[in-house]
Design a protein around this ligand. Structure first.
Ligand code: KMH
Ligand code: ZN
Length: 284
């Protein structure tokens, strides 16, 4: 585990595939809106944004063109790290989910198992996981392993043995999705104690669990993901005016604990982002 004094990486999950304008007017849809929100999050203290694609009416899409427009718009405004989702929305096939990876984002997610997702199923068979891992390797993109349940850690480590993932891994524990692992502190501690010592981790708590688990991570050497993808409220009954307000809350926790925030350069180093790119260069 990282020392609790290590710089804190805040990732802002600003779009998602499920949060709609009907729930909150503050979720961005267009590349311009997404880039504006990315800048607000960067200014608030986030080092990375986690991105999904949307059509103008909010329908989720993983198409390359949409991601290219988003990636360009963000890069024109800020040097924040950009992490693409390879999960997309439930029901998308694997090729749809990963077609934008040729744009070579700094990082991309990889969920290492199938999980109930509300009333639906987020499908990630071993062949699907291997296909995504190979594509990440091909483009030298550093994965963030999304863990919705314990067995997903074991699968990620198995992929390291198969040579499809490179140790040490960076894990993101996604807790509180209905049908998946619950968002308790006990579960988070168990997961943190289940990964190899040299790995890094962050937590993404769903709904009202987002900020309490974020605070735990700040205090225990983890990193944090917050944003409207996972939670739309700043506190009970008060919508966050954007993911940036949730980032600000985490910055407040970090200040209280005297934990420095990771700059983009520090986040790159802690997450070994350039290392992954170097490996790809030597392979390719
Ligand atoms: N939208 C979920 C079905 C990811 O971004 O990698 C999957 C998801 C995970 O959000
Ligand atoms: Zn996502």
């Amino acid at each position: 585990m990282t020392e609790p004094t290590a710089p804190l990486i805040i990732t802002a999950a600003i779009v998602g595939a499920e949060t709609m304008r009907e729930q909150t007017p503050h979720v961005p849809y267009t590349p311009q809106e997404i880039a504006d929100e990315a800048l607000r999050c960067a200014d608030a203290g986030a080092a990375m944004v986690h991105i999904h694609g949307r059509r103008d009416d909010g329908t989720p899409t993983q198409d390359r063109e949409t991601f290219a427009a988003i990636f360009d718009a963000i890069r024109q405004r800020t040097d924040i790290l950009v992490q693409f989702s390879t999960g997309g929305a439930v029901g998308m096939d694997v090729e749809q989910r990963i077609e934008a990876l040729s744009l070579r984002p700094h990082m991309a997610t990889l969920t290492t198992g199938t999980v109930n997702f509300g009333d639906e199923v987020f499908m990630n068979s071993l062949p699907t996981i291997r296909t995504i891992a190979k594509r990440l390797q091909k483009f030298g993109i550093r994965p963030e392993i999304e863990v919705f349940d314990t067995g997903m850690i074991d699968t990620a480590l198995r992929l390291c043995d198969e040579g499809l993932l490179e140790s040490p891994l960076h894990f993101d524990f996604v807790l509180g999705v209905p049908g998946a692992m619950g968002a308790s502190q006990r579960n988070l501690e168990f997961l943190v104690n289940s990964i190899p010592e040299n790995c890094t981790w962050s937590v993404a708590g769903m709904g009202r669990h987002e900020l309490p688990l974020a605070r735990f991570a700040v205090e225990h050497g983890g990193h944090v993901r917050v944003g409207l993808e996972d939670n739309i409220y700043l506190k009970k009954g008060r919508l966050a005016r954007g993911s940036f307000e949730l980032v600000e809350k985490v910055v407040e926790y970090a200040r209280r604990r005297k934990r420095p925030l990771a700059s983009v350069a520090q986040a790159r180093e802690l997450l070994r982002i350039d290392g992954a790119t170097e490996t790809a260069k030597t392979i390719g």
